[in-house]
Design a protein around this ligand. Structure first.
Ligand code: CUA
Length: 339
């Protein structure tokens, strides 16, 4: 009885399994850059090898189970010598050859995209893992050209970009499956990875090292753009904050400065210079909020400001609830205007 139910569940789940393997935005098997292609190729070699091994094992098992006829009293004597060679070849030689080959291919894959210790390269972007969001600094060129954002990394397509990975608290892991393998962000030990995207697009990623209560909600995205779109974006991010253009936004700005917001968040060009939470200078230009847990829209922003602890318990964002409805709308309108 249980078997048909399991089979039916499997049949129902199969499209989901296939979709998560091939069509999902976070599939290792759907690479979009050179490093991910190496990993995908190795993955296919491993999957296919073990599929072949599995099929051969099942065939041998089926053959062995049908070989013995009659009762145990009348079976033919086992050929000990023949058995030894089976064990030697099947249990030692073949696994050694397969595992050694995969080991060498794995080393080869690792060598194809070296991880630097940060001493020899000048990364363009510095990503710092925080519980539980990604602090993103653009650090190439003169200091005036540097800027800061969060949870969303823009890169130009078609050229490698070096990213330095750091942590200020615990170990996190940077993982954007369609672009690169996992790499840890370790306190006191900068690592540098090189990512490259072949096509424009938004590539979601995820913290891949358990780092506390909200580990599963520590998402990010890499947005790959044509070089000209990327330069336009970067120029916009370098610009100082957007000025309020109407009374509601003006009111929102006053509230941001008067309420606790400014203690933890920076909006460049204003006296809001907090560094506990993400830089909000261009929050309106980002796709997500709360480390990409929520889409960036007015309803979610309002919910996040007032109920952060319900949405993301144990995060450092408190519930900021001392607003009237009008005040909350004004604050949200101001934040949304910061494109
Ligand atoms: Cu950060 Cu898991």
């Amino acid at each position: 009885m249980s078997m048909p139910i399991r089979l039916r569940s499997f049949a129902l789940a199969l499209p989901l399994i296939l979709r998560s393997a091939f069509g999902a935005p976070q599939s290792t098997l759907d690479p979009a850059g050179p490093a991910a292609k190496y990993i995908s190729n190795l993955s296919w070699i491993v999957y296919m090898t073990f599929c072949v091994v599995g099929v051969i094992m099942w065939i041998l098992l089926a053959w062995a189970s049908t070989r013995r006829k009659g009762s145990f009293d009348h079976h033919e004597p086992v050929d000990i010598e023949d058995g030894h060679s089976w064990i030697f070849i099947g249990g030692l030689v073949i696994p050694f050859v397969i595992l050694a080959t995969i080991f060498v291919l794995g080393l080869n894959t690792m060598a194809a995209f070296p991880v630097h210790d940060g001493g020899h390269v000048h990364p363009e972007i510095r990503v710092t893992g925080r519980q539980w969001w990604w602090d993103v600094e653009y650090v190439s060129g003169p200091i005036e050209a540097h800027f800061r954002t969060a949870n969303e990394i823009h890169i130009p397509v078609g050229r490698p970009v070096d990213i330095e990975l750091l942590s200020t608290d615990v170990i996190h892991s940077f993982w954007v499956p369609r672009l690169h393998g996992k790499e840890d962000l370790v306190p006191g030990q900068p690592n540098v990875i090189r990512i490259e995207a072949d096509q424009p697009g938004s590539y979601p990623g995820q913290c891949a090292e358990y780092c506390g209560a909200q580990h599963a909600h520590m998402m990010l995205s890499v947005v790959a753009q044509s070089p000209s779109d990327y330069e336009t974006w970067a120029a916009g991010q370098r610009n100082p904050f957007a000025q309020p253009v109407n009374d509601q936004q003006m009111r929102g700005q006053q509230l941001f400065r008067a309420k606790p917001c400014a203690l933890c968040h920076t909006i460049r060009g204003t006296d809001a210079q907090g560094t506990v939470g993400p830089d909000l200078t261009h929050i309106g230009s980002r796709q997500g909020i709360a480390a990409n847990m929520l889409a960036n829209n007015p309803a979610n922003l309002a919910a996040w400001v007032t109920h952060a602890q319900a949405l993301k318990p144990a995060s450092q964002m408190p519930n900021v609830s001392q607003f009237t409805g009008d005040e909350l709308q004004a604050l949200v309108a101001y934040l949304q205007s910061l494109k």
